[in-house]
Design a binder for this molecule. Structure first.
Ligand code: GCU
Length: 428
């Protein structure tokens, strides 16, 4: 490497570190954090169809309004994912009969998608409690930094694609030193003790999290000839990661040890936005959990509290479809808001979690979305259980679950205790 190249690579690392520190866990200045300054807004009614018909039955919701809202989210927000199936091949790469101190079986499975010279391997790490010979309910999650960061288990394989290391710097290879780095975010032992399988995939295996013009990752498995341009409603990265989650569910459905009808999809932050979208487009997910998902996730965009549509489209131009940029500073023109995304999970159980200090993600806006999704659940005779915002650390577990805990943007043992109680209530 000559000096110019070294300098370039160093500058690239510094740049990506700065972007990472600016975007992860921060409450950037210059945005609205004062509730008294929220400008009154009007939300689109999930129960009024585009032709003005009022939705009064679950059947009208299922047959008419739900498809309408789903189409709007596809065209205007996350983009349309390809519907055609591509070849999928499974390779069991590793198996450990005595994992986690002997109480679990560990599998590492490569889900190889595509054919000939266009393939992609998604590496699924799976822990199963040993106790049962019945098919198990499972949590399926995406992780931010590589499977090896979710637990200190020395047998977990390192990803062989780009990763973000412990300083948030984009690196070309994963490192041993980062093993177990994010273990506090994953209550794997508790899941196993309570009879759930745990499956996780590094999101970078599915699609890169940088603006690469959709040349790599999931999109490239489908891309047409170079001369064909992307349409403004084509899928972005969030839809790409959600598509990958569905491929993981394809695998879990085939695994006789897992009950494919009892798989909860869970994600944090950008991956919480992803779990909500995955649950909306793939109704096989039996439960959806969004942890601190904020703007473009559970939070109402029209409040413009904390992160805004313009800011998210500017910092992360690859996350949503091109059309979503039309709503930069014009949230009121968008035919949907995020309460309608939550409503797309109905009547399946959905959990929205906030953190008090995570004002960038607008905890109140996340709660309000859940509240305004409730009328759709009521069509199915299901309810939320909260009429107003619960106080700190007082979870509400109806068909919609919600809590706001004290602390920062993160996933904690407290969050997992709630998800496990909620899953016991709905998946067992
Ligand atoms: C940034 C971004 C959020 C996102 C978060 C994350 O803070 O602005 O929208 O949820 O990163 O994924 O950690």
């Amino acid at each position: 490497m000559n000096i110019g190249m070294k300098l370039n690579s160093l500058l690239g690392r510094i740049y990506s570190f700065l972007i990472f520190s600016m975007t992860m866990n921060a409450q950037p200045k210059g945005y609205l954090y004062d509730e008294s300054k929220v400008i009154p807004y009007e939300l689109p009614d999930p129960l009024v169809c585009q032709d003005g018909t009022k939705v009064e039955t679950a059947q009208t919701w299922i047959e008419k309004r739900r498809p309408e809202i789903l189409k709007l989210f596809k065209e205007e927000v996350y983009g349309e994912s390809p519907e055609n199936k591509i070849p999928m091949r499974i390779e069991i790469v590793e198996e450990g009969q005595d994992a986690l101190g002997g109480k679990a079986i560990r599998n590492q499975v490569a889900i190889i998608l595509g054919e000939s010279n266009r393939t992609r391997s998604i590496n699924l790490l799976l822990y199963l409690p040993k106790v049962s010979n019945q098919p198990l309910p499972a949590f399926l999650t995406l992780n931010f930094q590589g499977n090896h960061t979710v637990h200190s288990d020395p047998a977990i394989l390192l990803p062989n694609t780009w990763v973000r290391n412990r300083n948030g710097i984009k690196d070309n290879c994963a490192r041993e030193i980062d093993r177990g780095l994010a273990a506090s975010r994953w209550a794997i032992s508790d899941m196993i003790n309570r009879g759930y399988a745990f499956a996780t995939v590094y999101y970078g295996d599915i699609d890169p999290d940088f603006d690469d013009g959709f040349q790599n990752g999931a999109h490239a498995l489908f891309s047409q000839s170079d001369s064909e341009r992307r349409k403004p409603s084509d899928w972005g990265s969030i839809a790409g990661w959600a598509w990958g989650l569905s491929r993981c569910l394809d695998y879990l459905e085939q695994d006789p040890r897992i009950d494919g009808k009892r798989v909860a999809v869970m994600g944090h932050s950008r991956l919480g936005k992803t779990s909500l979208w995955a649950g909306a487009i793939d109704e096989r997910f039996a439960m959806v959990i969004s942890n601190n998902s904020g703007c473009g996730g559970a939070a109402l965009s029209r409040r413009r509290f904390g992160e805004t549509v313009k800011r998210i489209n500017t910092s992360f131009p690859h996350w949503f479809c091109e059309n979503y940029k039309k709503y930069n500073d014009k949230e009121e023109n968008c035919p949907v808001d995020q309460h309608m995304l939550i409503a797309l999970t109905a009547p399946r159980p959905v959990y929205i979690a906030s953190a008090e200090e995570d004002r960038w993600a607008d905890p109140k806006g996340e709660f309000l979305s859940a509240l305004h999704a409730e009328p759709v659940y009521q069509l199915f005779g299901k309810s939320f259980g909260a009429k107003k915002r619960p106080i700190l650390n007082h979870p509400v577990h109806g068909q919609i679950g919600y809590h706001v805990r004290n602390g920062k943007h993160d996933v904690t043992a407290y969050d997992w205790n709630q998800y496990l109680d909620f899953a016991d209530q709905h998946l067992k």
